[in-house]
Design a protein around this ligand. Structure first.
Ligand code: SF4
Length: 304
């Protein structure tokens, strides 16, 4: 390849790279480019091949240079550019009254829903409740016996413990939003809704059917942080099949399937209050989890 050809190729590649606006491509780095030029030298008529690689984060910016027969091409993403979709902070947040209206309409849809078999055995659907402008949202698995009767989330014994956990964080139930993955009561024996101890976690089909309601709810409220209560909730929202023990202890960026969030929402997994009632020894670990959220929210008593 002549020096003129190398210059032309460099020019064309510069134009091509500029057109990409540094989105997510990396063109062959120096060693590969040099090898391509060397190969092209013996096959003048063969069109130059350009290899695309997965982007990497680096401080290096785009650079094209040639020296003799060696064409060096570097095109790298600046470290500040993230591969995840960029969420515009608060750019399309609803007003309080818009949120209230949207959640009311959503609750009506849920109350009339029969997308999965739980719709035919529930006494009351349980959409969720709380502060529509909450920075913190708790998401459990599904309503139980008491919730089915009252149409409200976390009002039984587990709910009383959740209330205590919220107060220990320096908040009130009215300051947060509380919901479940499934909005209707999953029962072990649906033919006997009056039986105590008949609760179960929602199965994968029920979660998939009901997911759109929770996603819509999260996008309307758009809290800064979500605490997933229990393994079923954590796995569904973090989209990871790992055990609760493996998911705990770190924040994850929330990515929803069906709606776009107007700002970044992070999620942390901890134990379900019902599990804490059965295993009081886990409360210490649950408290450590909640302190991580308190730290993020700037609440007093957070562990530094
Ligand atoms: S659990 Fe969800 S999807 Fe199933 S009937 Fe109730 S609201 Fe509809």
């Amino acid at each position: 390849m002549s020096k003129t050809s190398v210059s032309r190729l460099a020019r064309e590649l510069k134009q091509f790279l500029a057109a990409q606006q540094e989105d997510d491509l990396i063109v062959a780095a120096a060693p590969k480019a040099a090898a391509m030029v060397s190969s092209a030298k013996t096959e003048e008529k063969q069109a130059p091949q350009v290899l695309f690689q997965q982007p990497v984060e680096t401080q290096t910016t785009s650079k094209i240079a040639h020296s003799g027969d060696t064409l060096t091409i570097e095109f790298r993403r600046p470290a500040s550019v993230h591969s995840a979709p960029i969420l515009q902070e608060d750019s399309s947040m609803m007003t309080k009254s818009q949120k209230e209206t949207a959640l009311k309409e959503l609750a009506e849809k849920i109350k009339n829903c029969s997308r999965c078999p739980l719709g035919s055995t529930r006494l009351n659907a349980v959409p969720g409740e709380g502060n529509v402008n909450a920075d913190l949202m708790f998401v459990g698995e599904g309503p139980g016996f008491d919730e089915d009767r009252q149409g409200r989330p976390f009002v039984g014994r587990a709910g009383q413990l959740l209330d205590k956990m919220i107060v220990a964080m320096g908040l009130t139930r009215e300051q947060v939003y509380i919901a479940n993955i499934a909005k209707c009561h999953p029962m072990i024996d649906p033919s006997n809704p009056d039986k105590h101890g008949n609760d179960r976690a929602p199965n994968a089909d029920e979660i998939a059917c009901c997911r759109k309601y929770l996603e819509e709810q999260i996008s309307i409220i758009c809290p800064k942080y979500i605490v997933a209560l229990g393994g079923v909730s954590a796995k569904a929202l973090i989209a990871d099949a790992k055990s609760l023990g493996a998911l705990r202890g770190k924040f994850y960026d929330l990515h929803l399937d069906q709606v776009t969030l107007p700002r970044k929402v992070q999620i942390l997994a901890t134990f379900h209050p019902a599990a804490l009632l059965r295993n009081p020894g886990w409360k210490k670990d649950a408290w450590l989890d909640l302190q991580m959220v308190m730290d993020k929210l700037g609440l007093k008593g957070a562990r530094k």
